[in-house]
Design a protein around this ligand. Structure first.
Ligand code: M6R
Length: 353
C-alpha cells in the first residue's frame, strides 16, 4: 500500500532515510574488502548498468581515477563496443536494481565469458544477475513499486561509495571522516527531504509549462545532473538534457533564451568554482538559474533559485543533491496532471532488448 501517500513515488522518496539506514547496516566489511582489493589490483574496472543504474555506476567511475584506477563506464546495451578489452585481469561492477534487465544480464554474461570478475550490485535477492555473477552486494532498499527509481538509486550510490571508501582505507588513507559521513547520510537525507520539499514544489509550479530544461554539473556532479534530467523526462514529460557544464559554449547555450531553466548541481566540491562561471554565463543570457547548493554557502546568492542541502564530501554528496531533483520531477508530474507511478511507454523492468 501507499501508506497514506498519494503515490508510490512520493512514498519511496520519503522512505529514503530508512532504506539508506538499512543499506548502511547491511554492509559487510569483509565482502567490501574483497571486492575493493580486486578493484585495486584490476587492469580495467567496468561500471555497467542501464538508466538510473548506469548513473549510479558513473558516480563511482568519476571517483576511481583519483586512485589511479582505469574506470570505464559502460551502458549495458553497448557492451559489445568494449568486448575486445574484456580480460581476466578486469573487474566489472554491474549495477541493476531488479537484477533482471536483459541488456545488463547480457553484458555480464559476455564479460564472464572472457574471464572478467563480475560483481553484481542489486536490490533483489536471487535475481538472475546475482545468480550469474561471481559475487553480489545487495543494496537492501526494500521493494520499489514506482517505475521511477528513487530509493534504489540512492542506496546504490551509498553502496558504491562504501566500496570506494574501503578501497581508500586499504590504500592507507584515513577514512574516518568518510565513515562518519556515511553514517550520517540517512539523517541528512531526512533533513534534506524536510527542508527542500517546499522549494521543489514551488519550482515545479514555475516549470510546469516549460518545454525544456538543462541540468548541469561538472565532474562527479554530472551523474547527479543526468539522474535529475532523467527523472523529469520520465515522470513529468518535460524535455531535460544533462551535460557537463563546461560544454555550454560548445553548442547547447545557443538554445538559451530569457527564462530558460538551467539547473546546476553543486555536489562536487572540486568543481564548484568553475561551475559558478557557467552560472554567470547562463545568467548573461537571461536563463533562470537554479542550483542545489551546500547550505550557508555563498553559492546561493549567485542563483535565482537556490535549493540548500547539507554540506557533504564528494563521495556521498550525490545522494543528498539528487533528493530535491527527485521531488522536483515528482511535483512537476503532479502539477501537469500525470500519474508519476505509471509513466507512459515505460515498464519497471526492461526484459526485452
Ligand atoms: O532494474 P535496473 O536497475 O537494471 O533497471 C535499469 C533501468 O531500466 C532503470 O534504472 C530505469 O532507468 C529507471 N526506471 C529510471 O527511473
Amino acid at each position: 500500500t501507499k501508506g497514506g501517500y498519494p503515490h508510490f513515488m512520493l512514498k519511496e522518496i520519503y522512505e529514503q532515510p530508512e532504506s539508506l539506514a538499512f543499506t548502511v547496516a547491511g554492509l559487510e566489511p569483509a565482502q567490501l574488502e574483497a571486492v575493493a582489493n580486486a578493484v585495486l589490483s584490476a587492469r580495467n574496472v567496468y561500471l555497467v548498468g542501464a538508466g538510473t543504474s548506469y548513473h549510479a555506476g558513473l558516480t563511482l567511475a568519476y571517483l576511481l581515477p583519483r586512485l589511479r584506477i582505469t574506470a570505464i563506464p559502460i551502458i549495458s546495451s553497448e557492451y559489445a563496443i568494449y568486448e575486445n578489452l574484456f580480460d581476466r585481469d578486469d573487474v566489472a561492477i554491474v549495477v541493476s536494481q531488479s537484477g533482471e534487465t536483459i541488456d545488463t544480464i547480457k553484458a555480464a554474461r559476455a564479460m564472464r565469458e572472457k574471464g572478467v570478475r563480475v560483481v553484481a550490485v542489486t536490490n533483489v535477492v536471487g535475481s538472475t544477475l546475482s545468480r550469474e555473477s561471481d559475487a553480489t552486494i545487495y543494496t537492501r532498499a526494500g521493494p520499489e513499486i514506482g517505475v521511477a527509481a528513487t530509493k534504489t538509486f540512492t542506496t546504490q550510490v551509498l553502496t558504491l561509495g562504501a566500496l570506494y571508501v574501503t578501497a581508500l582505507s586499504l590504500l592507507g588513507y584515513d577514512v574516518s571522516q568518510h565513515v562518519d559521513e556515511m553514517k550520517k547520510v540517512p539523517d541528512l537525507a531526512r533533513k534534506t527531504i524536510e527542508n527542500t520539499a517546499g522549494t521543489a514544489k514551488d519550482l515545479a509550479r514555475r516549470l510546469r509549462n516549460r518545454p525544456s530544461a538543462y541540468y548541469l554539473g561538472r565532474g562527479a556532479a554530472l551523474p547527479v545532473a543526468m539522474e535529475g534530467a532523467l527523472k523529469l523526462k520520465e515522470v513529468a514529460y518535460i524535455h531535460a538534457e544533462a551535460y557537463s557544464a563546461g560544454e555550454s559554449k560548445h553548442g547547447p547555450i545557443a538554445l538559451v533564451e530569457p527564462g530558460f531553466p538551467t539547473l546546476f548541481v553543486f555536489s562536487d566540491p572540486q568543481t564548484r568554482e568553475k561551475t559558478l562561471s557557467n552560472v554567470a554565463e547562463m545568467k548573461a543570457r537571461g536563463a533562470l538559474t537554479i542550483g542545489t547548493v551546500p547550505a550557508k554557502s555563498d553559492y546561493a546568492k549567485k542563483l535565482d533559485v537556490a535549493i540548500e542541502v547539507p554540506e557533504m564530501g564528494d563521495v556521498f554528496a550525490p545522494i543528498i543533491h539528487v533528493i530535491p531533483l527527485q521531488m522536483l520531477a515528482y511535483f512537476a508530474a503532479v502539477e501537469r496532471g500525470y500519474d508519476p507511478d505509471k509513466p507512459r511507454n515505460l515498464a519497471k523492468t526492461v526484459t526485452v532488448e
